[in-house]
Write a protein that binds this ligand. Sequence first.
Ligand SMILES: Nc1ncnc2c1ncn2[C@@H]1O[C@H](COP(=O)(O)OP(=O)(O)OP(=O)(O)O)[C@@H](O)[C@H]1O
Ligand SMILES: [Mg+2]
Length: 328
Amino acid sequence: MSGKPRIATVSLNSAVDQTVTVRGFAVDTVNRVSEARVDAGGKGVNVASFLAHFGHEVVVTGLLGRDNEALFAQHFEAAGVVDACLRVAGATRTNVKIVDPDNNTVTDLNFPGIRTADADLAAIRERLEVVAAGGIDWLVLAGSLPEGMPVTAYADLIAWAKGRGIRVALDTSGAPFGPAVLAGPDIIKPNIAELRELTSQPLEDHDAVIAAARRLNARGISMVAVSMGAEGAILVTPEAAVLARPPRVPVASTVGAGDAMVAGLVHAATLGLPLAEAAPLATAFSLGALGEIGPRLPETAKIEALARQVGVTELCEPAKSPRTEETQ
Ligand SMILES: Nc1ncnc2c1ncn2[C@@H]1O[C@H](COP(=O)(O)OP(=O)(O)OP(=O)(O)O)[C@@H](O)[C@H]1O
Ligand SMILES: [Mg+2]
């Protein structure tokens, strides 16, 4: 390890993303692959690369299978990310994406990840201690948990970070999301389906999304960014709520759109940007990822230009507590 990392990401369930193009893809027959590409992937890996691309000192921790680690090592080297991932027995899983431009379909085959043990989480925490000794401001926890990892793994890591004054951004779903939210991260970026699952509410309109987000603000989560695909995102802080609407853009691939928004939110937070500037910038990170094939961002000038095309609408007045004001 070298340099002084300021942001650490954790990638517990990394994946080799294999994207194959098959025109007229069909089941129960032989399909011909016309193009293929392989990327080191996983949300924690993508967020790390995107933040490094924007000039941050980033260290990635997590688990990689020893059998196919070379792809990741090369990727971290090229992306300028410090590699502090633990190597474990076996191979990092492969996720296959079958893109069919004729039928406009994308079929995903996601393999199970490495089987892990409690000892692996303890080892990650130890590794983070070493990384934190070099000074980190932000910890990014992104992605699913591999089999065998306790559902409280992210909650444990958030408690660890908070005890050291490290701020936390969280992007996960399903079983680990609830316990992690209770541990009080600083930023979360659920998509609308993930927020519905977390809250067990239908969240049919903007007001319902804002109300749900405000309840999360009240738990200490200062930025709740709810992404809604092409509809944009609703970003809610205790002071304000905005809708960030992306322009219509050609989509080269949706890989990494959500991860890019997480990176954009952390980047904006490191700059101390107000919501009205953070929202279009984070959206522009996503738009940048959508314009590239695979988990990549364009040059920073392009991201800044995209941010200027994002519509930002304030959704409600800043939260006020009139009764408190009246009694003062
Ligand atoms: N088709 C699209 N057109 C324009 N913008 C889009 C489109 N899809 C996504 N975005 C932008 O990307 C952001 C994040 O996308 P989305 O809500 O799909 O994230 P996600 O479901 O978390 O994705 P991921 O699968 O990467 O985790 C959106 O808020 C929006 O700004
Ligand atoms: Mg997502």
